[in-house]
Ligand binder design. Structure first.
Ligand SMILES: [Mg+2]
Length: 325
């Protein structure tokens, strides 16, 4: 029977972000594929421990149990794993009682090409090539760090924290900061304060989350805890904060909490906010955060050589990529 996923928020995860497979990866790296597959088969009945995205997936799937009774989220495993090794992954899913029934094991082939058939707006992996490719194809994607130790997952609410520039917004202003310095950046942002920033890779995903929040607001009682809470955690501060506010207003999106930090380290704020995931494009922010809360880096899209000028690197848009493939 066909299963319609067009109205669902589908999140795709690799098996190594859902479960902690560092030991298994070590076997693969040092002893090779065959030994790795043997190990996974020998340990088929031995469930894997929780990985970096485990609590996020658990919290997202919990949205399906809200009073509205409507299915909202679908999680699928998109893994480069060998199908033989995949059985241990699915057994672990069952052991941890996660409502995931769909999986693809591509036997070493890159997985981003399957994001569109699965209608996936968010992809999480530990494979940098796959993540960069997914972003190039227009999907929100994150490269996950190791799971934080002693993370206590909020059980009654899905909590997500985003950086602004090069995550929700494009990297247009960030480039000015990096190439021309702080003064020029502030000047530019002041001049363009009321001009909405272009969308970054996570804008469509944020829009979907905001839509679910809005739908739930009308269907839940006012005094109950909102099922989702979002935060923007940005290094921007005054006067560059204005453009962020005006942009979100123009997009019609509300973010529940905003931190304009201006140089204060993000990790301590995130430790208190306790998101199920934090997305940031910069290692300098994402890595320290990863010791306290599950965190992902959002790398730049893969650069491609164009047909006309093979020496010139530029980003191809999705149409060009589809045309080329
Ligand atoms: Mg940024």
């Amino acid at each position: 029977m066909p299963y319609d996923i067009s109205n669902l928020l589908v999140i795709a995860i690799s098996s190594s972000v859902l479960f902690d497979t560092r030991k298994e990866h070590e076997i693969y790296s040092t002893q090779g594929l065959e030994k790795y597959v043997d190990y996974q088969i020998d340990n088929e009945e031995n469930p894997l421990h929780k990985g970096t995205a485990f609590h996020l997936i658990e919290a997202m799937l919990r949205l399906n149990t809200l009073q509205s009774g409507k299915r909202i989220v679908e999680a699928v495993i998109l893994s480069q794993n060998e199908p033989e090794a995949g059985l241990r992954i699915m057994n672990s899913v069952e052991h941890h009682q996660l409502d995931i029934t769909r999986a693809a094991f591509t036997g070493g082939e890159p997985v981003p090409r399957y994001l569109r058939p699965y209608n996936v707006p968010l992809f999480l992996s530990r494979n940098e090539d796959d993540v960069r490719e997914a972003i190039s194809l227009g999907f929100a994607a994150g490269l996950l760090y190791n799971p934080p130790e002693n993370f206590e997952s909020e059980m009654n609410q899905l909590r997500i924290a985003f950086d602004g520039d090069a995550v929700i917004f494009s990297d247009e202003s960030e480039k000015i900061y990096q190439e021309q310095g702080m003064d020029k950046f502030f000047e530019h942002e002041k001049q363009n304060a009321t001009k909405p920033l272009p969308e970054g890779p996570f804008a469509p995903f944020l829009r979907l989350i905001a839509k679910i929040q809005q739908d739930q607001k009308t269907s839940t009682e006012l005094d109950s805890i909102p099922p989702i809470r979002t935060a923007l955690v940005t290094a921007r501060n005054s006067p560059a904060h204005k453009r962020v506010i005006y942009t979100l207003r123009a997009w019609g999106i509300k973010i529940d909490q905003m931190f304009f930090l201006g140089g204060i380290s993000k990790d301590q704020v995130l430790k208190e906010f306790r998101p199920h995931i934090f997305f940031d494009d910069q290692e300098v922010h994402a890595k320290p955060a990863s010791y306290h809360v599950p965190s992902a880096r959002v790398p730049a899209a893969r650069k491609r050589k164009t047909k006309d000028d093979p020496d010139q690197l530029k980003l191809l848009d999705i149409e060009e990529i589809e045309h080329a493939s």
